[in-house]
Design a protein. Structure first.
Length: 105
């Protein structure tokens, strides 16, 4: 049984549109509930973290390199380093760890 690709595209477009249009049409005024406001504030950060975290560990050849880069990135962010510096530091940590693992094999 085959289905039309156009049906799949239409359903995906409709769902994407509804997700964006329904909140604008259903919620007219300012959201006053503090819990909902804080929930909506953190949703983008949580979504980004959920998509990024598995890749941090699974992308390097050596998973320990990803874990060490994550720890180094968190420490650098805690100290106030900018995002470009954190990215460069994490890349360097992964590179050094994978080079060290390559020499050990």
């Amino acid at each position: 049984m085959t289905h039309s690709i156009y049906l799949y595209i239409f359903v995906a477009a409709a769902v994407s549109c509804l997700i964006r249009v329904l909140p604008l049409t259903l919620i007219r005024g300012k959201i006053k509930n503090q819990f909902i406001r804080s929930f909506l504030y953190y949703v983008p950060y949580v979504t980004l973290a959920v998509m990024t975290f598995p890749a941090i560990i699974s992308a390097p050849q050596v998973p320990l390199a990803g874990i060490l880069a994550l720890i180094a990135g968190i420490a650098a962010a805690w100290k106030g380093m900018n995002m470009m510096g954190i990215a460069a530091l994490c890349c360097a940590v992964v590179f050094v760890c994978e080079m060290a693992a390559g020499y050990m094999m």
